[in-house]
Design a protein around this ligand. Structure first.
Ligand code: SF4
Ligand code: SF4
Length: 117
């Protein structure tokens, strides 16, 4: 089961350099994850998928379900989490990490703009 790029991707290209397996490619100026190269970051030094961890949109790269029932349970869990206001620990972690990362990125862009003026 590989990760995939979703419509929420803003083409910031951060995942290209973040992937330890060089699985993220550019096709027609849009990132695409080669399912034959993506290992979900298993067997690397990382404990979490690097594309998702660094994605500033939170849902620009998501795990692709392998079969109907995995997709069904993923949707079910997401809806139940919304209805009960409970979220998965890792979902919270990723959201928090991505938000901080996006803030730092934005700050760095502002600093670079200020220096170049
Ligand atoms: S890090 Fe996220 S938003 Fe940036 S290119 Fe990759 S999937 Fe798209
Ligand atoms: S899950 Fe890991 S191996 Fe797969 S595309 Fe993302 S960073 Fe690359």
């Amino acid at each position: 089961m590989a990760y995939k790029i979703t419509s929420q991707c803003i083409s910031c290209n951060l995942c290209l350099s973040a992937c330890p397996n060089d699985a993220v490619k550019m096709i027609d100026d849009r990132p695409w994850i080669d399912p034959n190269l993506c290992t979900n970051c298993v067997d690397t030094v990382y404990t979490v998928p690097q594309c998702k961890a660094g994605c500033p949109t939170c849902n620009g790269c998501v795990k692709e379900p392998t079969d109907y029932w995995e997709g069904w349970f993923a949707n079910y869990n997401r809806i139940i989490a919304k209805l009960t206001n409970k979220q998965d620990y890792w979902e919270n972690w990723f959201n928090c990490y991505s938000q901080k990362f996006a803030e730092q990125l934005s700050q760095r862009h502002q600093d670079e703009k200020a220096v170049s003026c």
